[in-house]
Design a protein around this ligand. Structure first.
Ligand code: SF4
Length: 327
């Protein structure tokens, strides 16, 4: 066992990251080994990212009405969830949400729209206008999550001041057909390549607790490493009534920490941002997500579920001796 710990620490601290077998071993560690694991992941996080924590916030700028059938999503075409459904917000509405996010302490603001792809030119221009105004008047870094954008659209948004493009792979290539049947995994991978090719900072991760195996979790982590994404958002399923996964509860708080740790150790130099589902899945262990390797979190509400008050998150960072980070 000593050899395992030494190897894991050395490979992660070198920046290279651990391999498949060690990543699987991390996911199967008994709860009593958690402190040893966190000692390593905390050191790795500090080595590559210091003590600054990124705080992101989002607006659900276009809700519901999606053509896709992702099983976890309240906005999918097979969801009967009672969520608000509306077309793209006006530029003024998006700007107001960004101002509120800044008030909450967010340093990065993401404009998220449901749907596989935003192909409407007028809508893309509206988002571009909003990005430029948010950047100029509020000084926030901006991100968009608009589906499978081609490189030319990403280039246009970058020319308006955009920094990041978010597009999740959601889960492993192997498990994806059990999650979504209306589009292919490769379409998502191509969107990630397009964003990288255009020169965007790429934020790409997934959601855990859908019924995927430990092997699927590691497969996703290694795919993200191969793609060289800059930032990995981590979501834990918070099953919304009316979705196919309603009532599913697979994850314990300890398991969530092992997933974050596995991602930190396989992708030691990348940002890991813990997003939706953290309150209900990590529960009272939320503050340990940073020791497990998270370098950021989302404040405020998620796409279709409510987050806790942002003041609680800012206080949590202060209590831990951490501070919000610019950029
Ligand atoms: S995750 Fe995105 S693509 Fe899938 S159903 Fe939800 S909004 Fe549509």
């Amino acid at each position: 066992m000593e050899r395992f710990w030494e190897r894991v620490r050395a490979q992660a601290m070198s920046g290279k990251g651990i391999g498949r077998e060690d990543a699987l071993a991390v996911l199967s560690l008994r709860d009593g080994a958690l402190w040893r694991l966190l000692d390593i992941t905390e050191s790795v996080r500090r080595r590559f990212k210091g003590d600054g924590i990124r705080l992101c916030s989002i607006v659900n700028a276009k809700s519901g009405l999606c053509s896709e059938d992702c099983s976890f999503c309240a906005q999918s075409r097979r969801s009967g969830a009672g969520i608000g459904k509306y077309p793209l917000l006006t530029g003024e509405e998006i700007f107001r949400e960004a101002s509120a996010a800044k008030e909450r302490g967010a340093r990065e603001f993401s404009i998220v729209a449901s749907g596989l792809a935003m192909r409407n030119r007028e809508e893309l221009t509206r988002v571009g206008d909003a990005v430029e105004r948010i950047r100029k008047e509020l000084g926030l870094e901006t991100c968009v999550s608009l589906g499978t954008l081609p490189a030319s659209d990403v280039e246009y948004l970058l020319s308006r001041g955009l920094r990041s493009v978010h597009h999740n792979l959601e889960t492993s290539r192997s498990f994806f057909p059990k999650v979504c049947t209306t589009h292919d995994y490769e379409e998502d991978v191509s969107a990630v390549w397009a964003a990288k090719e255009a020169g965007a900072w790429v934020c790409c991760g997934g959601i855990f607790g859908l019924g995927e195996s430990p092997e699927d979790r590691v497969e996703l982590a290694l795919t993200l490493r191969d793609l060289g994404v800059d930032s990995i958002p981590v979501n834990f399923l918070n099953p919304v009534p009316g979705t196919p996964l309603e009532g599913r509860r697979d994850l314990s708080p300890m398991e969530c920490l092992r997933i974050i740790a596995m991602l930190r150790l396989t992708n030691p130099t990348r940002e890991i941002i813990v997003c939706g589902g953290r309150e209900v899945n990590l529960r009272d262990l939320q503050s340990l997500m940073f020791a497990a390797g998270a370098t950021g979190t989302m404040v405020g509400n998620y796409l279709t579920t409510a987050g806790r008050p942002a003041e609680d998150d800012v206080r949590m960072l202060r209590d831990l001796g951490l501070a919000p980070r610019e950029g």
